[in-house]
Design a protein around this ligand. Sequence first.
Ligand code: 5AD
Ligand code: SF4
Length: 479
Amino acid sequence: MNENDSERIAGLLVEDGMVPTDSAEDADVIVLNTCCIRENADNKLYGALGNLKSLKADRPEVQILVGGCLAQKDKDLIQQRAGHVDVVMGTFNVHRTTELLAQARVEGPVMEVLEAAVLDENELFPTGLPTDRAVDYQSWVTIQVGCDNSCAFCIVPAVRGPEISKPFGDLVAEVEGLAADGVSEITLLGQNVNSYGRDLALRLRSADHHFEEREFERIAGAEWTHGDRRARPLFADLLRAVGSVEGIHRVRYTSPHPKDLRPEIIAAMAETDSVCEHLHLPLQSGSDTVLAAMHRGYTAERFLDKVRLARAAIDDLAITSDIIVGFPGETEQDFLGTLEVAAEVGFDAVYTFIYSPRPGTEAAEMVESFVDHAVAVERMERLRAVVERSSLRANQARIGRTDEVLVEGVSKRNPEMLTGRTRHNKLIHFPSSSKIRPGTYAKVEVTDASLNHMLGELIEITHPARHRTKIPVLAAGPQ
Ligand code: 5AD
Ligand code: SF4
């Protein structure tokens, strides 16, 4: 979500006439977009700001902007601790980037942190903003902002607000626009994508809103308008709709919440060819006691049920996850539950985290039951060992198979090799004598596999890249 916000901030700056640069020394504006999901974000931010102090002293006209979740949370603290920051803006202020920079040029340091999203004229979703995408053939698509859950460890609801879904028709139009631009892979983004549209459905049913029939279709899609008003997850319809936009070859999404992963969503994944056979399903813990204390709304068995359902419906499915160790009160027994579930699922990969207290969250208050850091570190190592076994096994199981690869470019380690990602989102390197443009789809036979990547041989190119290549503008305007 933060990366997507960064692309939007960049998009606004480019629209304002700025040109991206790789070096802080050349920059007129430096943006630090922060995340506060786990600790260290503060340390990193103040470290980075410290490094920029001399640059700002040498060239006072350089503007430094701090945005994102940490700015939302710590507001004044940033200006107190780093007086050389020109603009502090919150997560709901992205659309104000260029105005705030202009204001600071005239008035000196400004801080603007809104407490809620500014909705569009129909009070539906924060107004769309231009994006300066990092890559031309792949794009994030934010389908929902905020989160209505209250996981005890998580700061997101406090910094991103309640769930707001982007209207269905607007999303389909956005994806059609991206496809027309040459994008072939999209990743639908939200904090709990499978509850996408719950707020839209509520609005449609609520008596205080009178939408015309045409508006119904824009908000919730044609399926809703034409009779079928059952409480079916709109996310399933959305997957089918964006997945059948011409030119969209791959659809990914992140992250679903296990408690809301309904059979209709799994069916939509299974039946929509472009939706990748990859499910990122955050487990967080394999202990029912810990899951209850986290307010996750499922048990280990329910999680395993969802995995079984998904595997039965979707052939050759990769499953990845997020797991936290050392949540307050986690016992050795609880942790063994996590190891068991991890081993039973046989995840393709897992992001593992040591619990990090976030001030203001429920779990941060449970100081008496905090797990000793050394114990958490040791548990994390044991969990990683289990996950590494299943990751390696999953990668090695690909050897001899042919995977579809989206080529990302020349390998950083070996210029003779190309790098790309399979539909499972696994990294693969393969030699190629001819130049193949990033954004090309190819069939590659997997010849070898290790923990973090696979090696392969090019079989054939299946779809050439469609996007236009951007020509970087190094000097613009009169000399
Ligand atoms: N401590 C550790 N990990 C956390 N995550 C979220 N909040 C915390 C926290 N306070 C992890 C969760 C989530 C992922 C994005 O970050 O596993 O799924
Ligand atoms: Fe945080 Fe839970 Fe919402 Fe995910 S679902 S963003 S972990 S509160």
